[in-house]
Design a protein around this ligand. Structure first.
Ligand code: ZN
Length: 497
């Protein structure tokens, strides 16, 4: 376990030393997607950011139970005023499908994207529609605790009543009085005492498709209550980390805090973590602006804003070049640069795996170099320990990579560092790249064997001075974005950077 890890807590608005409630166990809940459309860049970013947090905590030795839900009911088209039509139902009507067909279709497409960008599956992936009794129970308890009221078959959380005991707005930095004042003019709508009050349970109109029995008649749960039900069911009333995108801070997470206080008398999470949004060429990404890019469009290059396709690992690397709370702007120039840098990292991975010290050869340690490499290895973790700063970790990796490349090209003798330092260098580079950042080699061809055979043909052709054949093979490699590494003794390949 690592006492050096600091995380920025949205609740306290500062970095805090990470101390789980019940180490080595860590409970982590992250709000998953509402599955009514194909996943986009925002989904890719949020899931990659929390994937690295999950991976790093696991790497440090914590036993992480990572719960990431699927929202398949209750998320309405107007998120702030808690009104409009259910997003899944709207899509189902449009496409003449069962709501659960919509849910399945987009859950599949979400999972396909995650697999491509190498996001690990969570420990539990619960669905809102599979937890209706739990949501009814929480609603009932909040009613009994006096923080909610029933109105015409719906149940609302009473913000004015809640504010007598707790601060509604503490997470998102809003003032309860201001919030109440700003919405007073809208009082009385839909049977609410105050427009700020949000639904825990909603009465279903006759045409509403997704409906369940409840003590208040047929209806469906409010959006926010699902996360309180699923997080506390699997992680307990209080758990360590609650995460999600910054856009979820209000009203979604603020309402989760209110529900947990009203039901259990405590804030559900010790640390609230929020990732920043994605902009496209400096603009907010939105369907209405025509700059909305689905992840799949990016991978195949099919969007007016894209000059070419970008591979899933390029996208993953690009996202990790920013710390998760920092802004991230997508542009072709930035992605092309990321594609090059990713290849450098992977060439380094291939190189470091091939490096070896010869046990027959004596070690003649260069103390200064030895110390420098130990420091470079430590630096890779300094960034990660500073609120999972992947940008800093990548910068340190490139410094370490310079040394690895120098050993690899024989510019520096690998026997001038100690056996321990050599092992540390190899382990650090491989662990940080593959296990923590989750960057893996995207194999360009169908199998390793094919390239290997081509290289043998290349060596033969060269020995026989069959230059047309040599050129042909070189041309093939070039077209695939590869480069033949030709030295006096060996022939190998690497990605063209
Ligand atoms: Zn949620």
């Amino acid at each position: 376990m690592n006492a050096n890890l600091k995380v920025y807590n949205t609740l306290s608005r500062k970095k805090e030393v990470f101390e789980p409630l019940n180490a080595p166990f860590v409970g982590m809940y992250v709000c998953g997607p509402t599955v009514y459309s194909d996943p986009h860049l925002g989904h890719a970013r949020s899931n990659i950011n929390f994937d690295v947090i999950f991976r790093y905590l696991t790497y440090l030795g914590y036993k992480v139970r990572y719960v990431r839900n699927i929202t398949d009911v209750g998320h309405l088209t107007d998120e702030v005023s808690d009104a409009g039509e259910d997003k899944i139902q709207k899509k189902a009507k449009l496409e003449k499908l069962e709501p659960m067909e919509v849910v399945q279709q987009y859950t599949n497409s979400f999972h396909q994207m995650l697999k491509k960008i190498n996001v690990l599956p969570p420990s539990i992936e619960p669905r809102a529609s599979g937890h209706i009794p739990e949501q009814i129970k929480i609603t009932n308890e909040i009613l009994q605790n006096g923080f909610a009221y029933e109105s015409n078959g719906s149940v609302y959380l009473d913000i004015e009543k809640y504010a007598t005991r707790y601060a509604y707005g503490e997470l998102s930095g809003r003032n309860t009085e201001d919030l109440l004042e700003g919405t007073r003019a809208l009082e009385g709508q839909e049977g609410k005492k105050n427009a700020m009050d949000f639904a825990l349970w909603k009465k279903a109109s006759p045409e509403h498709l997704m409906r369940w029995d409840s003590p208040w008649g047929e209806g469906f749960p409010g959006w926010h209550v699902e996360c309180t039900a699923m997080s506390t069911k699997y992680l307990g009333k209080q758990f360590d980390i609650h995460g999600g995108g910054m856009d979820l801070q209000f009203p979604h997470h603020e309402s989760e805090v209110a529900q947990a206080n009203a039901c259990f008398g405590c804030n559900p999470a010790k640390y609230w973590l929020h990732n920043n949004m994605v902009t496209i060429n400096g603009q907010k990404m939105a369907r209405s602006l025509g700059n909305f890019i689905a992840a799949e469009q990016l991978f195949i290059g099919e969007h007016p804003l894209l000059e070419r396709p970008y591979s899933p690992m390029t996208v993953r690397f690009f996202i990790l070049q920013a710390q998760y709370r920092g802004t991230l702007d997508f542009s072709n120039e930035a992605l092309i640069a990321a594609a090059k840098a990713y290849k450098k990292i992977i060439n380094g991975l291939k190189a470091v795996k091939k490096l070896a010290q010869d046990p027959e050869k004596p070690i003649a340690t260069n103390e200064a170099l030895n110390e420098e490499i130990v420091k470079l290895c430590e630096d890779c973790f300094t960034g990660l320990n500073d609120d999972f700063n992947t940008a800093a970790a990548i910068a340190s990796l490139f410094n370490l990579l310079k040394k690895i490349n120098s050993f690899s090209t024989l510019a520096t003798d690998v026997h001038t560092i100690s056996i321990d330092t050599f092992a540390q260098m190899q382990k650090t580079y491989i662990d940080v790249v593959e296990n923590i950042l989750g960057l893996v080699e995207e194999k360009i061809t169908d199998s390793d064997g094919f390239i290997h055979n081509l290289l043998e043909l290349y060596s033969e052709a060269k020995a026989q001075k069959d230059y047309p054949k040599v050129d042909k093979i070189r041309a093939y490699f070039k077209a695939e974005g590869l480069l033949i590494k030709d030295s006096k003794t060996t022939v190998d390949w690497q990605y063209e950077e």
